[in-house]
Structures are given as C-alpha cells and as structure tokens.
Design a protein around this ligand. Structure first.
Ligand code: GDP
Ligand code: IMO
Ligand code: MG
Length: 424
C-alpha cells in the first residue's frame, strides 16, 4: 500500500471503517485527521462488532500504529470510555499502538452542553447534530480560545485554563436557559483524564513524517462524508471540519506531495442522518432498508434517511477529492429488488444541472432524474470473488463508475471484514 486517503463521498456512514480495517493489513499506520466522536465507524471482525468513534479503525490489527491527528477534536472523557469498551472486547490499546496529537483540540463537557443548547435555539432549523460538541469545539479553535491536548501536560495550570473557559461558556448556557456547567467537577474529571491519556500524547506530525520517510505506508481514515464538509457540503447542514481529502493533510501535518492515492467510499445507494436537503430521498427505500434492520446510526441510533444512488453527488465528490478509485459498499442492500435506479442529473427550474447547487433552497427545488436498471435478485453476501457477480450487478457497478468518473476497486457485499471483494 502507498500513502492513501480514505474519504466518504456522500453524507457519512458509507462504510469507511470497514474499508479502513480491510486495508490496514497492508498498511503500517492508520491516522484520523478531522472530526471527533461524531464519527461512528463499524468494523465487524471475527464475529465481533466494534464501533469506533475517535480511535482509528486500524486498532484491531495489534501490530499497527494508530494516530489521532492534530485536526481531530478529542473528547478526553469519551476517548477513555471508548478505550475501556474496546479493551473489554479484547482489543489491546497501549501507547505503542495509539498516539494522540499534542496539537489536537479538546472537546470539554461545556462544548456538548453548548451543542445541545444551540440546536435547541435553532428550533425547526436545527442541523440535527450528533450532540457531541463538535461545532462548539471547532468554533473555539477558530476563535483561538480552545484548549489543546498539550495543555493537559501542565497540571499546575490546567484548572485555571479550564475555569475561565467554562465560566465564559456558562454565560451563554445560562442565557439560553440551559443548566450551567459545574466547573469544579469538570476540572476534576479532566485532570484525572489528563493523567490517563498522558502516555499516549506525542508530536504525531513528526511521527507520521518520520514513518513516511522510513518507507512506511499510512492510511488516512476520513470521518463524515464530502457533503458534510464545512466548505463543500450542503451548508449549513454540515459538520464543522474539512471532511474532503485536503483535510487529511492539514489535519495530520503530512504534505499533499506525500499522498499517493485517494479512495472514495460510497454506498450503492444514498443515506443521510440529520437535517438538510436530500434530492434523492425516497421513503420506499428507507422503509425497505429499515425493515431489513439496516441504516440506523452507529453513534446516535437514529434512523438514516435513504434514497437511490445519486451520481450527481458522486461525480462532484470524486472531483473535489481527486479520487483514483471508489469502494462501493452495501451492494447487498439492493439484492432483493426487481429494479434499481441511479440519479444521473438534476432538474432545477426547468434546466438540467450536473453539479449540486450551492444553496439549500436550490437543492430543495431540484428534481432527481433517474435511469432504471434491472435488479439482480440474488443474495450476494456469500460471493468470494468479483467474477461471481451476476451480470446485472456488474452492469450496475460499471454504470456507477462511468457516471462517477473513477474505477471501482473494492466492493462490499456484507458487513464483515471478509465480505470485501477486490474488483481491480
Ligand atoms: P462509516 O461511518 O463510514 O464507517 O460507516 P458506518 O459504520 O457508520 O455505517 C456503515 C454500516 O454499513 C455499518 O453498519 C456497517 O457494518 C455496514 N456495512 C459496511 N459495508 C457493508 C456492506 O458491504 N454490506 C453490508 N450489509 N453492510 C455493510
Ligand atoms: P461518520 O464518520 C453521518 C452529521 C450529523 C449532522 C451533521 C452535523 O460515522 O461517517 P455534528 O455532530 O458533526 O455537528 O453534526 O453531520 N454527521 C454524520 N452523519 N456520519 C457521520 O460520521 C457524521 N458525523 C456527523 O448527523 O447532520
Ligand atoms: Mg458512521
């Protein structure tokens, strides 16, 4: 493997965790570079299900190094809980296989409270956030008043550093009629967490660059998806980080010149969780997938909104990310259908458009124009080689590749690690 960025091409939950886990075998280091515990990456291996929020999905491979990079926002309490849960599932986590960037910003309990209070204030216009404090943490970072992992080092000043920030945010919380944060309790919790996390803290920019210089292969694990990107997504119904390929470089301190490949991950259909425009949304597909017990969020348990594959979004995301290849997951979700559809373009105010428009109002006025393909009506979950794919499934994939403008190199036909086929 070379240095490879894995990005979501839709609205998150494309199956990035599963693809990262699969590709970790041929990598040396797995790094997260943006997002925080809003992410929920599911990996199923050896019959066990693991859900990763902050810990990279390479952690199930004991001899690989996992890095939480500078661009990630880290909830120290959530991270400790996640580590404890993974350990209880038999996963080994030590400072030898998990490093945390000293430059990363911290999500504190007041960020979570602010996230909920701001969502409440937005009322019907709420974003539908995961409630994990992501927006307020990145806002503090950009406002240059964030607390960073490096601040956990100096326990003599930590209490004072937390106090003024918590008091500042308490003013907003009280103004919003929300409960104020118990500053002393936060100081105690974070001080205890600081001691536990300390051995994992490092300058991960140096670690990553030295690994690359030594010829090691790094896998950058994207979180969220291209249409949740703060710049390129369906703003304001987005997350607060750059989820597209460029975010992997700024969020890790690795130069774009060191990146060899970008693999985009997309479901064979489209899903979205949270509010915002969704041109291809389709109630029948949502009902069908929910009826199969599929498409419930890994972080919040919310039912995901579902629709046909949107090739307008796919093509644009392939362009923005510079994808060489696509991994299509969940093809098996469409196994039982007589016919399947792909949205090839939109119609907006009587005109054909081939790129997603910039405003929510325009997105909401877009009509999806779809083409219909015959279904393959065969259980794909037991297939072990791409050559066994029914011709109708192959034709569906070929058409996706043609519309997206990138080849399909990996295919998911079930949630388990070994239900991943190499097509190319
Ligand atoms: P991520 O956030 O991109 O890592 O994706 P999630 O883990 O949140 O959501 C993807 C869901 O699809 C999870 O429940 C996975 O176990 C599941 N999954 C991934 N790939 C496949 C696949 O090819 N087939 C099936 N049936 N499930 C898959
Ligand atoms: P993974 O990495 C799907 C969505 C939320 C909401 C919006 C903003 O598992 O693909 P936030 O809490 O980030 O401020 O919420 O973004 N969202 C995700 N949707 N998968 C995710 O991550 C998501 N992370 C955030 O539902 O619409
Ligand atoms: Mg997810």
């Amino acid at each position: 493997m070379s240095n490879t960025i894995i990005v979501g091409l839709q609205w998150g939950d494309e199956g990035k965790g599963k693809i990262v886990d699969y590709l970790t075998e041929r990598s040396d280091v797995v790094a997260r570079a943006q997002g925080g515990s809003n992410a929920g990456h599911t990996v199923i291996s050896g019959g066990q299900k693991y859900i990763l929020h902050l810990v990279p999905s390479g952690i199930l491979w004991p001899d690989k190094l996992n890095i939480i990079g500078n661009g990630v926002v880290i909830d120290p309490l959530g991270l400790l809980e996640e580590i404890a849960k993974l350990r209880s599932q038999g996963v080994t986590i030590t400072p030898r296989n998990l490093l945390i960037s000293e430059h990363a910003h911290l999500t504190l309990p007041y960020h979570r409270a602010l996230d909920l209070a701001r969502e409440k204030r937005r009322g019907v216009n709420k974003i539908g956030t995961t409630g994990r404090g992501i927006g307020p943490t990145y806002a503090d970072k950009i406002e240059r008043q964030g607390l960073r992992v490096t601040d956990l080092r100096d326990l003599s000043s930590l209490a004072a550093e937390i106090k003024w920030r918590a008091e500042l945010h308490n003013q907003e919380l009280m103004g919003a009629g929300a409960e104020r944060i118990d500053v002393a309790a936060v100081v105690a919790e974070i001080t205890s967490a600081a001691k536990q996390l300390q051995p994992h803290v490092a300058n991960t920019v140096v670690v990553l660059n030295e690994a690359i210089a030594a010829g090691k292969h790094v896998l950058f694990e994207g979180a969220q998806g291209s249409y949740l990107d703060i710049d390129h997504g369906s703003y304001p119904f987005v997350t607060s980080s750059n989820t597209t390929a460029g975010g992997a470089c700024t969020g890790s301190g690795v130069s774009p010149r060191k990146i060899d490949r970008v693999i985009g991950v997309a479901k064979a259909y489209t899903t979205r969780v949270g509010s915002g425009p969704f041109v291809c949304e389709n109630e029948n597909i949502s009902d069908m997938l929910h009826g199969m017990g599929r498409e419930f969020g890994s972080t919040t348990g919310r039912a995901r909104r579902c629709g046909w594959l949107d090739a307008v979004l796919l093509r644009y995301a392939v362009m923005v990310n510079g994808c060489d290849e696509i991994a299509i997951t969940n093809l098996d979700g469409l196994d039982g259908l007589d016919s399947v559809q792909i949205c090839t373009h939109y119609e907006l105010d009587g005109k054909t458009i081939k790129h997603p428009p910039a405003t929510v109002a325009e997105m909401e006025r877009c009509r999806a124009v779809c083409e219909t393909h015959q279904g393959w009506k065969q259980d794909l979950s037991g297939i072990t080689d791409g050559s066994q794919l029914p011709p109708k499934a192959r034709a569906y994939l070929d058409r996706i590749a043609e519309l997206a403008g990138a080849r399909i190199s990996l295919l998911g036909i079930g949630p388990a690690r070994d239900q991943t086929l190499v097509l190319d």
